[in-house]
Design a protein around this ligand. Sequence first.
Ligand SMILES: NC(=O)c1ccc[n+]([C@@H]2O[C@H](COP(=O)([O-])OP(=O)(O)OC[C@H]3O[C@@H](n4cnc5c(N)ncnc54)[C@H](O)[C@@H]3O)[C@@H](O)[C@H]2O)c1
Length: 314
Amino acid sequence: MQNIGICGAGLIGASWAIGFANAGYKSLVYDNNPDSFKNFESLFDKLIKDLLIINPELDAEKIKLNIKLNCSIEEICKDTVLIQESIIEDLEEKKKIFITLDKLASKNTILASSSSYLLISNISENVVHKQRCINAHPALPPHVVPFVEVCGSLETSSEIIQSALSLYKNANYASIIINKETEGFVLNRLQGALLNEAVRLHEGGYASMDDIDIALKHALGIRWAFMGPFEIMDLNAPEGIKDSFSRYKKGIQNLAKEQNSVPEYSDEYLSSLENEQRKRLAYSDRSDRIEKRNKMIALIRKLKLELGEDIQNG
Ligand SMILES: NC(=O)c1ccc[n+]([C@@H]2O[C@H](COP(=O)([O-])OP(=O)(O)OC[C@H]3O[C@@H](n4cnc5c(N)ncnc54)[C@H](O)[C@@H]3O)[C@@H](O)[C@H]2O)c1
């Protein structure tokens, strides 16, 4: 059994630990705040329930045994094939922890950051062995969302990228490779474009929050669970993708001209957003809604597996 070091046991670290343990790795978990292990333990059964939806035969006890909490930083660095850093999103903190991990980790260990926006070239700036450092950005929550995007800096070796891709694949994650560093990688660039547009439409008075959410969850989202934008365009016109873009490019280009303003996200606007949100979604329901989100994701994954739309197939 191979060991994975999990550095930071918050939302993402805990979920990674369960994802790797479910795939047969031993997750060794370190955090500098002991309270995070209490949270982890209280969350464990709920997160396992999500996995049981995907695979009812799953052995929860075995997964639990594959996770070691309360490890020291030295322990997560010893004989681990990968360290998945998932501490808070703070460049200085990440730079410091990468220097320590690089000093302590065995020489073949891959050092991966879960960071959403910080680039590995900056995080690993003062690391000696930069060639083994990558961004490996998951989607929340990685125990049920089988995705990671891998990106190296100019200093990262191609062997490390290839080893990371095969390791994540072996752990049942659909991994994509980002060929050149770019802030937000692919996932948050796509998500950011959508969020900015949702805010432009809402702030401009074109549609309510409710209706914008409905357009996503009852239309685009249903397709997006199994088809990406390029595949969708291929089916939008009889001759395929070129035909689709030729027919619709003028409309799409016109939109792009209007979609290039940067929303201000002023305090005043964010407060009005919060007020409108609380009228339709109670804050007190939040943990129920998180449970529902994870359960729905697991059900969609189960359906995709049953339909042969497994990550290994595309
Ligand atoms: N939350 C998301 O939707 C999401 C999605 C993808 C990636 N990420 C990325 O994952 C990382 C973690 O995010 P999160 O949402 O789990 O945050 P979080 O606040 O839930 O967890 C961070 C954990 O790191 C620990 N920590 C902080 N500093 C530390 C240090 N110096 N050494 C050891 N442990 C330390 C904290 O005690 C905490 O348990 C961030 O880089 C974030 O950008 C987050």
